[in-house]
Unconditional design. Structure first.
Length: 166
């Protein structure tokens, strides 16, 4: 049975606002509290250099032993990059779970107690939980693209700064 009760606009806006807050607090925690961006950029630069060297070795028909040795050199760097991802993902996941299971239901029940099963139509009917998911998914993709572009620019600036220091 399809629920025809529409979610009030104020409730929609509050759920979207909570999703926006979740995304931006997560990004702040990831980039400013739990990891050192410059250290992460330096690690990514080293990884890019190693990958370039590996490509050159493959093009020049390097022996399997040389390729394996180079790959072994790269393993600690890969681990370091994975550690940056994990360090930043865990606090974001904890924040998301706290909001999704505790804060969002509490706030929604407080602001719209008569609309707990109400939906808003966005491609398909969304209740307040799925509206929150949609908000963080869409905004998360947009912010991830922005952060990727920003990281590339910052890595180039760091490369230039390193070249100028030499």
């Amino acid at each position: 049975m399809i629920n025809l009760v529409a979610m009030p606009l104020y409730a929609v806006l509050i759920v979207i606002a909570i999703g926006i807050i979740d995304v931006f607090v997560s990004i702040y925690l990831q980039r400013k509290v739990f990891i050192d961006e410059e250290k992460m950029y330096r690690s990514q630069m080293k990884m890019k250099k190693f990958q370039g060297e590996m490509k050159d070795m493959v093009k020049n028909n390097a022996s399997q032993e040389d390729l394996m040795n180079k790959q072994k050199e790269m393993m600690p760097l890969m681990g370091e990059n994975m550690s940056f991802s994990m360090k930043s993902a865990i606090p974001s996941l904890i924040l998301f779970l706290a909001i999704y299971y505790f804060i969002l239901p509490y706030v929604y029940k407080a602001i719209a107690p008569n609309y707990l099963t109400a939906t808003v139509n966005f491609i398909m009917p969304l209740n307040y939980h799925t509206l929150f998911w949609a908000t963080i998914f869409i905004l998360g993709i947009i912010v991830a693209i922005y952060m990727s572009i920003r990281d590339r620019k910052n890595i180039k600036k760091l490369e230039e700064r390193i070249k100028n220091e030499i």
